[in-house]
Design a protein around this ligand. Structure first.
Ligand SMILES: Cc1cc2nc3c(=O)[nH]c(=O)nc-3n(C[C@H](O)[C@H](O)[C@H](O)COP(=O)(O)O)c2cc1C
Length: 182
């Protein structure tokens, strides 16, 4: 029996009815035989990043966030764009990993699912490149007009989006296998 990959899902939206949350759940359903997805639910509890705060004084939520990334075989980030940029809550959480390096070499899939999303997607891609997320140039997708592409039940109703996500999910799994062989 094949062991399912442990994937950490991170949503850049804290909205209850978020399309990005729905997208993460949809991915878990599509790949139910291959991945075990747990969604990080403490992003808004992470304190403001401050490089003066050293190890012994790091907030527990930050430690949990870092450990969950480290323990995961791969990460999927689904996020909207806010004001043509990365949502502050998400960027703040990622900033806590820059020095400690949890994303370095970690197979990571970035999906920006927004109304337009171009600038935020590019900005986050650049961040993930600089913190060395594995294969990030390939493992990325911008889904525009997301609210017309996923329904209230969390089903992806746009054929092209569904096929792009299915292809990228497979590519994430291949990248994880490659990372494990290195
Ligand atoms: C504060 C705020 C700023 C936003 N700015 C943008 C933006 O610059 N570009 C864009 O494509 N969508 C923007 N949106 C709309 C979001 O893309 C849209 O609400 C999306 O559904 C949010 O994702 P969610 O459903 O996962 O919360 C903004 C929404 C909010 C609340």
């Amino acid at each position: 029996m094949k062991i399912r990959k442990r994937i950490l899902g991170i949503s850049g939206s804290t909205r209850v009815n978020s399309s990005n949350h729905k997208l993460l759940h949809a991915i878990a359903t599509i790949f139910t035989d291959q991945i075990e997805l747990s969604i990080f639910d403490g992003i808004e509890k992470i304190p403001h990043f401050n490089p003066d705060i050293k190890d012994a004084h790091i907030d527990n939520q930050v430690t949990i966030f870092r450990e969950l990334i480290s323990q995961a075989d791969g990460v999927i980030i689904c996020t909207p764009e806010y004001a043509h940029g990365i949502p502050g809550t998400l960027k703040n959480a990622i900033d806590w990993t820059v020095g400690s390096g949890e994303f370095s070499g970690k197979p990571t899939l970035l999906i920006t699912a927004s109304t337009e999303g171009t600038s935020g997607h590019q900005a986050l891609l650049e961040v993930l490149k600089v913190i060395e997320a594995k294969n990030i140039d390939q493992l990325q997708l911008l889904v525009q007009y997301i609210r017309s592409k996923i329904n209230q039940d969390g089903e992806i109703i746009d054929k092209d989006t569904l096929s792009a996500i299915t292809r990228l999910g497979q590519q994430l799994i291949v990248t994880i296998d490659e990372a494990n062989e290195e």
